[in-house]
Design a binder for this molecule. Structure first.
Ligand code: UDP
Length: 327
């Protein structure tokens, strides 16, 4: 297929780009590099360095078979402090892309949605039919885009799949996390054991969980990438399919720390502080629908995620990224 990867210079988009190429798809990346890195795009892939709002010019007369849409602001804490930035970038950007897809009759769309649309769920595991009550602006904007896509599919022949990621981790095929402002547990933990930052702050140990720290469902970015390729052909024309992507297993912050210490053989300096605003206690997916509709099952465990992220974090390309403390 001829595919346009919007946000292909980012963490997940750049991994998916590599798998699309390996599977024989043609790939063009549209990314303004506001948070992504141009050198994350594999050599030979055309990179249109422009904003998502130029999508109509990019799609016009180009005969794309599918768009994969990763471009978004994605920091939960920042989204709560700067809602306007998130509504403009995530929702208006996606609106422009959807209009362009409709105008130029691109038949397929795969969208990066998130577990953050569920907020603080009451029942587990979380299915796609669980109530959507986002606790952050980030989650609200992703849910708004999911709703726009549902409406668009109902009114057209667009075949769309929203993939609701749980906690993505690891690295694959030379691409990994290189966020300038890093907020995610595993890359921060790896920097802490490596001495690249002085400590890991544990955001609260008084949560209602067995060891007092929050529980998340971690999924390897390589498994996640496979789901995107499968999603290209999973929906029928006029259908909006929504699938959770997780392992179905929960790990607490302390369990992740123990795994990082085991894999690296290094001791983690930690300081326990207050809870981070907006953090839910527990997020664990049911990925039954992804199995049924995409034929997808995750294969790589937490140990492999940590090992691959560790290897990537020590590579020259990752060392170029400036990891700053969480604001
Ligand atoms: N976390 C932490 N210290 C950090 C970063 C994260 O204790 O420096 C915790 C956070 O409170 C959450 C879990 O680790 O319970 C996963 O956080 P992350 O930011 O990786 O993903 P999120 O679940 O927020 O999308």
């Amino acid at each position: 297929m001829k595919t346009l990867v919007v946000g292909g210079a980012g963490y997940i988009g750049s991994v998916v780009t590599r798998l699309l190429l390996a599977d024989g798809h043609e790939v063009v990346v549209l990314d303004n590099c506001s948070t992504g890195h141009a050198d994350s795009i594999p050599e030979g892939v055309q990179h249109i360095q422009a904003d998502i709002t130029t999508s109509s010019e990019v799609l016009a007369g180009a005969g794309y078979d599918a768009v994969l849409h990763f471009a978004a602001k994605s920091l939960v804490g920042e989204s709560v402090l700067e809602p306007s930035l998130y509504w403009h970038t995530n929702v208006l950007g996606s609106r422009a892309l959807l209009d362009a897809i409709t105008e130029h009759q691109v038949p397929r769309l795969v969208f990066s949605s998130t577990a953050a649309v569920y907020g603080e769920p009451e029942t587990f595991p979380i299915t796609e039919d669980s109530p959507t009550k986002p606790t952050s602006t980030y989650g609200a904007t992703k849910l708004a885009v999911d709703m726009m896509i549902t409406n668009e599919c109902a009114a057209s022949e667009l075949a769309a799949v929203s993939l609701r990621y749980f906690n993505v981790a690891g690295a694959a095929w030379g691409a990994g996390e290189r966020h300038t402002t890093e907020t995610h547990l595993i890359p921060i933990a790896l920097d802490a054991v490596a001495g690249r930052r002085d400590k890991l702050d544990i955001y609260g140990d008084d949560w209602p969980t067995p060891d007092g720290t929050p529980i998340r469902d971690y999924v390897h970015v390589e498994d996640l990438a496979r789901a995107h390729v499968l999603a290209l052909t999973a929906a029928s024309p006029g259908e909006h399919l929504i699938c959770n992507l997780g392992n179905g297993n929960g790990f607490s912050v302390r369990e992740v720390i123990a795994e990082v210490e085991r894999v690296t053989g290094l001791e983690m300096p930690t300081v326990t502080g207050p809870r981070r605003p907006g953090d839910p206690t527990r997020l664990v997916a049911s990925a039954a629908r992804a199995k049924e509709r995409l034929g997808w099952e995750p294969q790589l465990d937490l140990g492999r995620m940590v090992a691959d992220a560790w290897e990537f974090s020590n590579s020259p390309i990752a060392q170029h990224a400036l990891h700053t403390q969480t604001p």
